[in-house]
Design a binder for this molecule. Sequence first.
Ligand code: ATP
Ligand code: MG
Length: 569
Amino acid sequence: MRLSNLPLTTFKEVPADAEIASHQLMLRAGLIRQLASGLFTWMPIGLRALRKVEQIVREEMDRTGAVELLMPAVQPAELWQETGRWDKYGPLLLRMHDRKNREFCFGPTHEEVITDIARQELKSYKQLPVNYYQIQTKFRDELRPRFGLMRAREFVMKDAYSFHLDQDSLDETYTLMAEAYRAIFDRLGLPCKLVDADSGAIGGSRSCEFHVLADSGEDAIAYVDGEDFAMNVELAPAGIPDEERADPTQDMQKVATPDSRSIDQVCERLAIVPSQAVKTLLVEGDKDELIALVLRGDHSLNTVKTEKLAGVRQPLTLAGAEQIESALGAEPGFVGPVGTKIRVIADHSAAAAANFVCGANENGYHLTGANWGRDLPEPEQADLRNVVAGDHSPAGGVISIARGIEVGHIFQLGDTYSRSMNACVLDKDGREQPMLMGCYGIGVSRIVAAAVEQNHDEKGILWPPELAPFQVVLVALNTKKSAEVRSSAESLYEKLVQAGIEVLFDDRDARPGVKFADADLLGIPCQVVVGDRGLKNGIVEFRQRCSDDSRELELDGIVDFIATQIGGG
Ligand code: ATP
Ligand code: MG
């Protein structure tokens, strides 16, 4: 591809509304352009990286025996009504009408459509298992589209759906998919962590996410160095502390803490550390009553685990200030578990605290030296908190926390969809059985961003070779002045193309500084520079983007040299 054909616009400045490196670099390098919030155009060079990811995903899926199809992006409401998701899916679902006023949505996912296919196509156990996949555009009306392609509203996903007669067969395909995902991320040069995950609203039993670790990741991952254990913090269990609770040594006292509402403010005023205080959060129970959740001051509430507790309203609903005042007689910053009549659930670590500080249920006051069993009843205990770095893992070892970007997700759906949509096959005895389903997603467009997020420096992108939009960028210097540069670069370009090498030819009439800066920004792994001075001696310059090395090579042997560089890595 010739840059003079594109045209390419790059920016030196960091775009104002792009918060993370991948978003900034992809905009600066002209790989994507934003149309509206969460909607992006793939510009020609960016599109090539997307296609590379698609191709690797396709090859690895095909290798497992999965079969590709392509479903419509627009889906009729009736299908979603059959599974009850038309009402349940909420505002993420983009709904629309056709000219006859029939309702449709733009598919955020395709369980309904594929189950409809399966119930028409699959009649006998003999046809199973089947694993259908597609690479297709989804739309989700995300609450906060951000970070460019990472959390877009329209994005490209590979989604696969498998159908089985029994659990063993589902387990087998699930394992096969996990292996295929490993192979995909290995080929893409993206080190991934395999994370036990919450299957969220989708239901089903086993579920596993693939995360690329990066500081800008939206998910917190708990893992133990050198162990298989990795979990989304949303799910990771926080154990019961090993140490016994200390004995009460202080008397309980009420102290004035005007304007000190947050844990930090209270700690500063009373000169304590957050682990010596507890915080009390009020949530609604499922009978409209309030429930007090007590956590240590240095811990945070885990909504996923809490929401699963008996009697707690789903989805977890925090009480408003007015509800709190009328139940406990104080504003939210001054409430605590002492002397309340409502149900109190303490996190295991908060229940192990002694001589702690908590709100006094009186505006402007806190209690110090409070002790369970003496000043207030022993609490009901549960696991309410997010694990933190340094916690002991239930599987042994000490937990570390890192940020992760979810690039893939596999889960077993069981018969949820096949039952509600009546997708059955005849088994060996001629009896109708609902099929078991698995579903397997990969964020194809998100992967491109995740790769940039993991591979960049101050000059720009450093594409992993398998994803790079081009293998080589050919930079011709001062083409206007030198006919020799022009003709040598032209013929080198032709030869590289002939040799099957993917080459981007910077044949623009631009200053060398601009060309070098753009080549670095674009991050093509190999750079070949053709200039006047070198040519006089029959020499061109070869550089690798990932190192500062540059070497001079004979023009004659350059095509073979590049071919071996690319082939040999
Ligand atoms: P998330 O937790 O990030 O919102 P999800 O769990 O809702 O994602 P899945 O339904 O598991 O997403 O979709 C499969 C894959 O699609 C995800 O693993 C992710 O890589 C990708 N994906 C999901 N939402 C988006 C989005 N808004 N923009 C880009 N990629 C996305
Ligand atoms: Mg997911």
